[in-house]
Design a binder for this molecule. Sequence first.
Ligand code: V0D
Length: 260
Amino acid sequence: MLKKFQRWKKEQQTGERPLSDRKNELLKYEVPQHIAIIMDGNGRWAQKRSLPRMIGHHEGMKVVRTITKAANNLGVKVLTLYAFSTENWKRPKIEVEFLMKLPEEFLGTFLPELIEENVQVRVMGHLEDLPPHTLRAVEKAMNETKHNTGLILNFALNYGSRAEMVEGIKRLAADYQQNQLEIEDINEELISSYLMSKELPDPDLLIRTSGELRLSNFMLWQLAYTEFWFTDTLWPDFTEEDFVEAIEDFQHRGRRFGGV
Ligand code: V0D
């Protein structure tokens, strides 16, 4: 409510186009089907305020809710969020333990709302290494939303793209060894079907916050034709306005797939 008022006041003072107008305009053009986000800058957001990094992660979790609602309302089909990479285990133990409680807290607070809004929760990553309490919460959410037909909210959790490829290629090789497929059957579509993102379209738009201009082992195969959008804004400061701006920019770019 406060945020809405502040937005209205700013629009009055600066003559900015209201968010509702911008969203209506957006819907006249092609909205990206699949948006992937690297939600970076949570620790830095906290450190800038002399707060523990955990507070930044917690603030970042609230933004996940805002952007999920926005994506669902705009008719985005899939929102993939990079929540925890295979590299993130190297962080201090207490930070990892705190992070592993966030799925439970997020779902404990927002699962009823997600169900209400017809959102389907999915997770891609090596789930077998997650603490049992985290896995339980995630499995419950996936199970309770599996028939929902709205936005697919896809969390990349303990995910790494190269590991995903290695594991997929091993299964492909095993299937070959057992005469399930022939060399000639190997094509891009088949390879996609051995990845954790199978049955999802490739992302149309990748957003990375906090000024880092790297992929950090995120969906390397799937991002081959994706438009990239970077911002210096830290994830806890990322707003619906920023999200709409990214989509507006996406719509203004011509995508040519190497053709003319
Ligand atoms: C911390 C910013 C939601 C990024 C967002 C375990 C870093 C907040 C989830 C979540 C995290 C994951 C799965 C699920 C439901 C919610 C989450 C982690 C970190 C890593 F089914 N936010 N969030 N998971 N952060």
